[in-house]
Design a protein around this ligand. Structure first.
Ligand SMILES: [Mg+2]
Length: 254
């Protein structure tokens, strides 16, 4: 493996699988820590706050500060602040996105919003979706934290946030803005925040359509691990290939 300064990891399917740690990844991250190399966690899950993600990582034996955690909630809130700083925002979503918008002093409203922000909401209802649809028809901008249509679980696929955002977009006949992977926005935030060159960064993940494409669009090297959602076999069929394809991270020496 080439020498990098910043290692960006996806979470589910890369560091852990559901409730189980992926030992090779945990060991790899420990080595990064020992060698004082920088690592970050880049997740499309907007439901958890950085402190909740930090706690979850600690249960798998991974130490990280909140500053090393970049979620689609955080990048969405930053985007809303930069582009719609004074706007009134209607939110569908859980703790993570509400916390991130709050941190950026975004004005959250229930009526007459200028922007509709949608993150995964496991208590979503017809009423919430109808409200979002009406707001967008009245001119509100539609922003999704991430466009994942499905989320893999032990039992099978469950609906991801993208399913609901696209539902609203279809009803209103608009194109939503998405900030999570595969948008390069999160990696760009890490780069800007720490002053890395793109060539010094690597994106590591199990999902071709989110993690690998995110790295490719951003312009850094990528590692596909065969420990999660998409098999190496499937990745090999793609036109744009990751820099490395490995079974797991034990294949790399640091
Ligand atoms: Mg994953």
């Amino acid at each position: 493996m080439k020498q990098y300064r910043a290692f960006c990891f996806d979470l589910d399917g890369t560091v852990y699988r559901g409730k189980e740690a992926i030992p090779a990844a945990i060991k790899f991250i420990r080595t990064l820590r020992e060698k004082q190399l920088d690592y970050f966690f880049v997740t499309n899950n907007s439901s958890k706050t950085p402190s909740q993600i930090k706690e979850a990582l600690l249960r798998f034996g991974v130490e990280a500060s909140e500053k090393q955690i970049y979620s689609s909630a955080f990048v969405t809130a930053k985007y809303v602040k930069e582009h719609f700083g004074q706007a009134k925002v209607f939110v569908i979503g859980q703790d993570g996105i509400r916390y991130a918008l709050g941190q950026h002093n975004i004005h959250i409203v229930e009526e007459n919003p200028d922007v509709v922000v949608m993150g995964i909401d496991r208590m979503i209802t017809y009423q919430k979706l109808a409200k979002a649809c009406l707001a967008v028809q009245n001119g509100a901008t539609l922003i999704g934290t991430n466009e994942d249509i499905r989320v893999p679980t032990e039992a099978g696929f469950q609906p991801g946030n993208g399913s609901f955002v696209k539902l609203v977009a279809q009803v209103c006949n608009v194109e939503p803005i998405f900030l999570g992977k595969p948008s390069p926005a999160i990696l760009e935030m890490i780069r800007q925040g720490h002053g890395y060159q793109k060539s010094e960064m690597v994106m590591i993940g199990d999902n071709y359509d989110t993690d690998i494409l995110c790295g490719i669009r951003f312009g850094c090297d990528t590692v596909h691990v065969n420990t999660g959602a998409v098999s190496t076999e499937k990745v090999k069929e793609k036109e744009l290939q990751p820099t490395y394809c490995v079974q797991d991270l034990s294949e790399f020496e640091l």
